[in-house]
Design a protein around this ligand. Sequence first.
Ligand SMILES: Nc1nc2c(ncn2[C@@H]2O[C@H](COP(=O)(O)OP(=O)(O)OP(=O)(O)O)[C@@H](O)[C@H]2O)c(=O)[nH]1
Ligand SMILES: [Mg+2]
Length: 354
Amino acid sequence: MFPRTNVFEGVSTTWLKLMPTCSQPKCPIATTGVCLEGHKQGCPHLLADTDAPPEASEDSTAAPAVQVITPEPFRFHSGEKLTAKEASRMMSSTPVTMVLCAGPQWAGKTTFLARIGEMFRNGTFKDFRFAGSKTLCAFERVTWLATTESGAGQPDTKRTYRAEKDTFVHIQVQPAAKAEKTFDLLITDLPGEIFPAVLSTKEICDEQLAVSRADHLIFFVDCGSIIDKAKRHSERDGAVRFLSQVQKCRHEPTRLQVTVVFSRWDKITASDNQQEHDDYCKVIENDIRQRFVSVFGGLCFDRVAARPKSAASRTNPEIQAIFGRWLDERPSFPLPTVSRTPKLARDFSAFGLP
Ligand SMILES: Nc1nc2c(ncn2[C@@H]2O[C@H](COP(=O)(O)OP(=O)(O)OP(=O)(O)O)[C@@H](O)[C@H]2O)c(=O)[nH]1
Ligand SMILES: [Mg+2]
């Protein structure tokens, strides 16, 4: 084989003029544009150039084709929560664990996430280190009202609005003992405002992308309602109905790990009838266990006070244990035998979003 003569003329960093290449060693066509044997068209010695556009070889009198070399696009993030499309793009490029926090309004879902952020910031997280986030602004905003700089008299949390459904906070962490390993988490918080609609209509539950895709569901039972005899039965009923809806909407509920959190637990520990309320929580726990233990891939119960009135009642170890479970090795499932449709519109995890 003869070495191919130079194919580029007038090379600049971004523009390249493509010239034909000849298999004859001394042919000057690549540098002068004149064929060694005088062929004007159809020279049998010219090599096919896969980079050259077809018109170039068909008509040698046409102007040389120009190819633009463009750099790979680089995406910048605003630092706000990721949309479903952005989350989908991230999931297609890296393994991600998705966590959904759900429960009625005021149950303390956002405060729980804010507490995780605070613990990373003040260094009290024991087993994991913060390794980055594409949604730092959103994370900061969640914890803002809990800081003294915000000027709020009492630490508080901003409501999660309806429009925030299926938007995701991203966090990357490293295990303290294995700094070379990183885990990516996408966490979303179902706005309490749409909780009643999800309970009443399966179609609305179906619409929640995170319900169909999450690896972990943290369901919040509000102890502020448990201590109120007029509200506690509907709180229990809401928990059972939500888990039933999820069971119906999930394609394979056994892939979902569920944690039921009795949130704002300090409301019970500070109450005069602590034992009675504690017993009622156990009744709810047994009821949920009986109904769903064989439905989901895992079922755990925790008592959490993310932002109690007194700092002594904080349940930081429990919150860290829940977080640690999100990063445990996932149980392996047999691969599906059917072939995957890459453009399946409803398949959030197959990234079929437009
Ligand atoms: N006493 C007590 N109050 C808490 C605790 N966690 C949160 N709160 C308060 O409960 C209120 C509601 O908390 P959020 O985190 O906004 O509740 P949410 O579930 O996100 O509510 P939505 O956004 O409406 O769905 C806020 O005023 C919090 O400060 C807790 O552990 N103990
Ligand atoms: Mg909220």
